[in-house]
Design a protein around this ligand. Structure first.
Ligand SMILES: N[C@@H](CCC(=O)N[C@@H](CS)C(=O)NCC(=O)O)C(=O)O
Length: 245
């Protein structure tokens, strides 16, 4: 069994989505980062950089193994299961390139764009710099996806890494209408039941107020497609029921 230390954010969804896609059983350990749980000594032993996600894998020949940093977790799970990361060759290189591109670029820059746009609006230099950088990165991804179904050669860790950061496109000042290739990829991936389960599971453990924020086309400038919205609602309800048990 794997413990996933999470909070409902795109960084945690990378891992919960992968666990669902791999059909690996896992237990969610909710770390309330708004309440400083990430600084508790027992969590720092697992994740010394005081951030979610982190995992503890209890099912290994070496005894429990803990892993922090989402990119390292994705690679660890891929190597454990033999899934979602080609074992060698150019396809593996592409999967690693785009996964690390997300971890080092798309995630941090969109995070900064969110910070300045939504919490430090008066700092127009910051708003401008990070919104432009988020747009540049979205442009790079849009170009990459032209003529491709998935970000690397096959569906896998690069898609898991990027998906949540596209879900939150509005907070980084982006409009999917400007990126038709990303929009197509995003909706295709969002329709996968494992993706919906992975997101809903982490949201279900959040407070009721927080849940309401996710309960709809949150941050999305255009309403989600009705079919996707219906699936999203069903998954959220099922996950909320499971969390109450
Ligand atoms: N580079 C890290 C980033 C993780 C990260 O930023 N986690 C945020 C939530 S999305 C967090 O735990 N923040 C708590 C804090 O900074 O104190 C990764 O990819 O795992």
């Amino acid at each position: 069994m794997i413990d996933l230390y999470d909070y409902p954010t795109p960084n945690a969804w990378k891992v919960s989505v992968m666990l669902e896609e791999c059909e690996l059983p896992y237990t969610l350990k909710h770390v309330d980062i708004l309440n400083n749980d990430q600084f508790k000594p027992e969590f720092l032993k697992i994740s010394p950089n005081n951030k979610i996600p982190a995992i503890v894998d209890h099912d290994t020949p070496h005894g429990p193994i803990s892993v922090f940093e989402s990119g390292a977790i994705l690679v660890y799970l891929a190597e454990k299961t033999g899934k979602f990361l080609p074992k060698s060759g150019p396809a593996r290189v592409a999967a690693l390139e785009w996964t690390f591109w997300q971890v080092a670029g798309l995630g941090p820059m969109c995070g900064q764009a969110n910070h300045f746009r939504n919490y430090m609006k008066e700092n127009t230099q910051g708003v401008d710099r990070y919104t432009k950088e988020a747009s540049r990165l979205y442009g790079v991804l849009n170009k990459r996806l032209a003529g491709r179904e998935w970000i690397a050669d096959t569906y896998g860790i690069a898609d898991f890494a990027c998906w949540g950061w596209v879900w939150f496109h509005k907070m980084a000042g982006q409009d999917l209408e400007d990126y038709p290739e990303i929009k197509r990829w995003f909706y295709n991936m969002s329709k996968r039941p494992a993706v919906q389960r992975g997101k809903a599971a982490t949201v279900a453990l959040a407070s009721e107020n927080m849940r309401k924020m996710y309960d709809g086309p949150f941050w999305s400038p255009q309403p989600l497609e009705p079919e996707l919205m219906r699936l999203h609602q069903e998954e959220l309800e099922a996950a909320a029921k499971a969390a109450k048990k």
